[in-house]
Design a protein around this ligand. Structure first.
Ligand code: OOG
Ligand code: MG
Length: 262
């Protein structure tokens, strides 16, 4: 880890301030080209520690850049993970205040809630399906703190993978009630279909994303505890939204999630 603990904390404070005050910043690798992936996750974990110290609660974990469409859109090719905080959550049908954000985009995701811990290395789809309580649809609102939503992998990991808001809704289902690979997803903005996908867009099977998370966490000696809400990553590219926009995402067998931007 080329960055010192002082620099890591300073970069965490810098990126968290950009989030909380909703202003953009230049990507941190411009000034710190020497930083490595361990530094990037250390910055993300320092942001998480800042929040926990203020009484914010962790509400889940997320994978990002798990679909080819997302990797292509962002010009990067490796999945990443981040954390979800309680204040990111909004109710189904709820309003998202754009003035609290910089340049939000929405993503359609399939989320899992675990009922048993998942440990890597070697965690696979079978382990994930056996440890899943239910799956539930989610829409994530991402908001990179980087200017023009442009970044490299290390910068976006440090920025908690652009996490900002999320909404869950629809109908939770057990994994044996649905085929998560063929499960259709239809994204509508202001009544018009803007994106479609099947669950397999996410690493071939959304459970593979949860397994990958367990395996990535194992590198830090961590695991996915029982009762964890995990978002598996956007199945399509992300779509920019503006005040006045209304989003409905319809999931085959899982109902719909809606939200609107004010
Ligand atoms: C990084 C976050 C990606 C997803 O679902 O792929 C993400 C970004 O694209 O800004 O949340
Ligand atoms: Mg996402």
């Amino acid at each position: 880890m080329p960055l010192s603990p002082t620099t890591i904390q300073a970069l965490a404070d810098h990126l968290e301030a950009a989030e909380l005050k909703a202003h953009d910043v230049v990507k941190i690798t411009d000034e710190h080209p020497e930083m490595d992936f361990a530094d990037a996750y250390a910055i993300q974990y320092a942001i998480r520690a800042n929040k926990l110290a203020r009484g914010v609660k962790l509400s889940g974990l997320k994978m990002g850049l798990t679909s080819f469409a997302k990797m292509k859109q962002m010009g990067v090719d490796v999945p990443i993970y981040g954390f979800l905080a309680d204040y990111f959550a909004r109710p189904d049908g709820g309003a998202i205040a754009v003035k609290e954000l910089i340049h939000p985009k929405i993503e359609a995701e399939i989320a899992f809630v675990t009922k048993a811990p998942l440990h890597g290395p070697g965690c696979h789809i079978g382990d994930v399906l056996a440890a899943t309580d239910f799956v539930i649809p989610a829409v994530e609102v991402i908001d990179s703190r980087y200017r023009d939503f442009k970044f490299d992998l290390k910068s976006v990991i440090a920025d908690n993978c652009s996490s900002a808001r999320y909404v869950t809704g629809g109908q939770p289902r057990r994994v044996d009630e649905v085929d998560l690979r063929t499960l259709g997803i239809v994204i509508e903005k202001n009544g018009e279909v803007i994106g479609t996908a099947a669950g397999a867009a996410v690493l071939g099977h959304p459970a593979a994303s949860v397994a990958m998370l367990a395996n990535m966490l194992a590198e830090r000696g961590e695991h996915i505890p029982a009762g964890t809400f995990v978002m598996t990553g956007g199945a399509t590219e992300a779509y920019a939204v503006a005040p006045g926009d209304s989003i409905v995402v319809r999931y085959q067998d899982l109902g719909a999630v809606s939200l609107h931007f004010v």
